[in-house]
Ligand binder design. Structure first.
Ligand SMILES: [Zn+2]
Length: 133
């Protein structure tokens, strides 16, 4: 288990520290955009995410929007999805001006996940070391 004050500190530093992507000023948040790729007979849905400042979030959303504009039409299912994804991504990019002053719950979740992954990696590394010794 991660002590909760430790966790709060991590979340706070992730939120109000400088942007991990452009090293610009925070606050940072977790931003997502919906992506669809049509491949004639197949279709792939995914979500692009970035942890960073609002301007990096905006950039990512526009990039995903472009992807949908070019690659989102080429199967019937993708086409139907894209009718919704394109306005959704456009609106969410347009209205993204500044990260909220409080860490969002999605940012908190991603920090928890990163810490857990980190702990897991340490655990595995220590386990391997123990085995070798
Ligand atoms: Zn940034």
């Amino acid at each position: 288990m991660i002590p909760s004050n430790e966790l709060e500190k991590e979340i706070e530093s992730m939120h109000s520290g400088s942007c991990p992507k452009c090293k610009g000023e925070g606050p940072n948040d977790l931003y997502t955009a919906k992506k669809v790729t049509g491949m004639i007979l197949a279709v792939q849905w995914s979500t692009d995410t970035v942890v960073g400042c609002a301007s990096c979030g905006k950039k990512m959303k526009y990039k995903t929007l472009l992807h949908c504009l070019f690659f989102g039409w080429w199967s019937p299912k993708a086409f139907l999805t894209n009718i919704f994804y394109i306005p959704y991504n456009l609106v969410s990019a347009l209205f993204l001006t500044k990260s909220s002053m409080k860490p969002s719950s999605s940012l908190e979740n991603i920090v928890c996940m990163l810490i857990a992954q980190n702990n897991m990696a340490n655990f595995v590394a220590n386990y391997r070391k123990d085995k070798k010794a």
